[in-house]
Design a protein around this ligand. Structure first.
Ligand code: UD1
Ligand code: UDP
Length: 366
């Protein structure tokens, strides 16, 4: 049985790992490490509980800190676990500091390093995630780009071995969640909103939250939206809104709520008239659920969502945001660039085959 060490730490990684863990559990021995990058109940525990993800075998409890200190503490903890567990594979997701720490720790020891969501680029080196992605891809043995264009990007960077286009694991997750959310979530009633009658927004990218001008422009634009705006607020954003003196305005103009669990959030995307976000995952989820998206960033890694007009980039430009929240969109049929919802199965098949081949080679060499 192949032993897999899964590294997660931040909200979107719990959702991605959920999709893959479901496939791994019956056939492989999976050990889950939670770095503790996210630790608030609504950013962490809620996902384990509602998605039935097994309790992490290890929680490093690293918490929040500067990038260097946070990543260094994770690196130290993950290295120790790899030495104890001696996994065949270390499985990494996305582009957070937890991903990078896993990549550095694992690539310097024995295990195979596998990266889910490889090959994505914003080409904006100011983004901490861009550094994490590039370094993780270049330290990985197995790379799982979600689309052909992500694989092309890897090729342009000289990475051609171990690349398997499998589709997007978040698509797998949402196909499962959409119907469950529709029957089980009562979030619309709790928030007091009607289907099709509100805009759902999330903001948490450092480039927006840590720049008072950009954050103010976003709050101004959302305050002027043609529908009520529901904003499940990330703690980072709440902290900055308070610090910059914008909290009162935001809470009086917008329907600011605490972050919600995955099923509630999927229900909100599905029921909203439009989504306005700077999240990577939420752009894709809106695309999967046929909800037009306005992306409050200057670039996106998920370029295919824009090609068919379902997603538009508006930066933090107040006028652009306001315009795109109002304009009628005549949307063409959506392409399906991110697979067919069986990415997890494909990943597990590749991992199994790869380890099988490595073991055969070891036997032949002995
Ligand atoms: C991180 C990821 C980002 C991802 C996001 C998902 C990096 C560099 N960034 O951003 O790519 O999109 O997670 O949500 O890895 N905080 C709390 N409670 C928590 C966690 C954080 O209050 O449970 C606050 C702290 O003030 C902390 C701040 O949020 O300093 C930022 O947290 P951090 O994990 O560093 O980055 P995110 O912005 O969450
Ligand atoms: N999400 C959630 N509750 C919320 C906001 C987001 O469950 O209140 C989920 C969302 O469905 C998506 C993921 O969190 O799957 C996206 O995480 P986030 O936007 O924090 O990070 P990113 O995708 O930008 O890295």
């Amino acid at each position: 049985m192949t032993s897999i060490l899964t590294i997660v730490g931040a909200r979107p990684q719990f959702i991605k790992a959920f999709a893959v863990s479901k496939e791994l559990q019956s056939t492989h021995n999976e050990t889950i490490v939670h770095t503790g990058q996210h630790y608030d109940e609504e950013l962490s525990d809620v996902f384990f509980e509602e998605l039935g993800i097994p309790e992490p075998d290890y929680n490093l409890d690293i918490g929040s800190d500067s990038h260097g200190r946070q990543t260094a503490a994770m690196l130290e903890g993950i290295e120790e676990i790899i030495e104890t567990e001696e996994p065949d594979i270390v499985l990494l997701y996305g582009d957070t500091n937890s991903t990078l720490a896993g990549a550095i720790a694992a690539s310097k020891i024995d295990p195979v390093v596998a990266h889910v969501e490889a090959g994505l680029r914003s080409y904006n080196r100011e983004m901490p995630e861009e550094i994490n992605r590039v370094l993780t891809d270049h330290a990985s043995d197995l790379l799982f780009p979600p689309s052909e264009s992500a694989a092309d990007t890897l090729e342009q960077e000289g990475i051609t071995e171990g690349v398997h286009v499998v589709g997007d694991v978040m698509y797998d997750a949402i196909l499962w969640a959409r119907d469950v959310a529709e029957t089980e979530s009562d979030v619309l009633e709790r928030v007091g909103i009607e289907e099709g009658d509100f805009i759902l927004s999330t903001v948490h990218r450092a480039g927006n939250t840590d720049d008072p001008d950009r954050l103010e422009s976003i709050v101004d634009a959302l305050s002027n939206a043609p529908f009520p705006v529901v904003l499940p607020v990330h703690p980072r954003t709440e902290n900055r809104l308070r610090e910059y003196g914008m909290w009162e305005r935001a809470t009086s103009e917008l329907e600011v709520i605490d972050p919600v669990g995955y099923l509630d959030f999927v229900r909100l995307i599905d029921a909203s008239e439009r989504v306005a976000t700077d999240s990577g995952g939420v752009q894709k989820e809106a695309f999967y659920l046929d909800t037009p998206c306005v992306t409050m960033r200057d670039e996106t890694e998920w370029i295919e969502t824009m090609e068919s007009g379902w997603n538009v980039l508006v930066g933090a430009d107040r006028e652009q945001i306001e315009k795109e929240l109002r304009v009628n969109r005549y949307l063409e049929e959506k392409p399906t660039p991110y697979g067919d919802g069986t990415a997890a199965e494909a990943i597990v098949a590749v991992l199994t085959e790869y380890i099988g081949e490595k073991r055969m080679e070891a036997v032949e060499d002995a």
